[in-house]
Design a binder for this molecule. Structure first.
Ligand code: PEP
Ligand code: MN
Length: 336
């Protein structure tokens, strides 16, 4: 439930209400907006029976939150969140571009990719060191060696770095290197991994599961935030449908749906959504137009030689041209 305080509620009145909540063993989460303060209550609210909290000084009204996700719920936190990551912020007013190879294949290709995406205007370098491959015989990633190359690329370019973690062991290692952890589609409901990411306090990019509903996705984010890590960005990366012309079906409507249900930023990954290089640009423009907070795009020095996801990877030239062509759309969306 949420308690909406009157616009003129004093700090003492707010403290008294949170005191009642915490005194009953529940958690009180304060969201101070320009107009009003909202107190979100997490826990078994039946414990508040008899406390007459609705009669407390400064309380305007009490609303029930029926959704099972609370802390990521827009009702708990009506203002859109701005997430600090590395040397930048993700959220309202910004359009974040994360780019790089699907997998870190070797030192030189990563450094070369970092220089190219930096020059074209990206602010994040992506690259997989732990790859969740469909076949166990496919390249599984360079693991910690790859993370070392990512760190070197950050030092060389000033780009923030993001890497996917596929296990608790990978997470434990990656937190020593990265600015942002990525939890991939296949692990969206790996609840132990989500909880550990929540305890890590490192910002997390949470991709939507292959067949996950928006509510399941938001509940996955709730696992992270409920462990104390509020720095979460969501990523729509396409869902499984009957359509085979694209690798997945990009659910663009998820962007305004998330905006209505949650205060967390949401970006779009047109590479994994479509699986086809030629569709990256139109889908990136659509992402900007629909109000996404950014995109994640795969870029490779030689897509036809890539160890994974070559057909959906852009060349350096194609990425540069994407960044140029995207500019008016980003401006029109009121972002920079
Ligand atoms: C990736 O970004 O490298 C990846 C594997 O994406 P997804 O989890 O969306 O499939
Ligand atoms: Mn990939």
């Amino acid at each position: 439930m949420i308690i909406i305080m009157k616009p003129d509620a004093s700090a003492e009145a707010i403290a008294k209400v949170t005191g009642i909540i915490e005194g009953k063993g529940l958690q009180a989460h304060l969201s101070r907006g320009d107009e009003v303060t909202i107190i979100g209550v997490v826990g078994d609210k039946s414990r508040l029976h008899g406390s007459n909290i609705e009669m407390s000084e400064g309380v305007d009204k009490i609303l029930n939150v029926t959704e099972s996700y609370k802390l990521v719920n827009k009702k708990f936190h009506p203002d859109d969140s701005v997430i600090p990551v590395g040397n930048t912020f993700i959220g309202p007013g910004t359009f974040t571009v994360m780019a790089g190879p699907c997998a870190i294949e070797n030192h030189d290709m990563l450094l070369e990719s970092a220089q190219a995406v930096k020059k074209a205007g990206a602010s994040f370098l992506r690259g997989g060191a732990y790859k969740p491959r469909t076949s166990p015989y496919s390249f599984q990633g360079l693991e910690e060696e790859g993370l070392r190359y990512m760190k070197e690329a950050r030092e060389a370019t000033g780009l923030n770095i993001i890497c996917e973690v596929t296990s608790l062991r990978a997470l434990e290692t990656a937190v020593k290197y990265v600015d942002m952890l990525q939890i991939g589609a296949r692990n969206m409901q790996n609840f132990e991994l989500l909880k550990e990411a929540g305890r890590s306090r490192v910002p997390v990019l949470l991709k939507r599961g292959l067949s996950a509903t928006v509510d399941e996705w938001l509940n996955a984010a709730e696992y992270i935030i409920s462990e104390g890590n509020p720095n979460i960005v969501l990523c729509e990366r396409g869902i499984r449908t009957y359509e085979t012309a694209t690798r997945n079906t990009l659910d663009l409507s998820a962007v305004p749906v998330i905006r209505a249900k949650s205060h967390l930023p949401v970006i779009v990954d047109p590479s994994h959504a479509s699986g086809v290089r030629a569709y990256i640009e139109p889908l990136s423009k659509a992402a900007a137009a629909v109000g996404a907070d950014g995109i994640m795009v795969e870029v490779h020095p030689c897509p036809s030689c890539a160890m994974s996801d070559g057909p959906q990877s852009l060349t350096f030239e194609q990425f540069d041209s994407l960044m140029q062509n995207l500019k008016p759309y980003i401006q029109l969306a009121g972002r920079a």
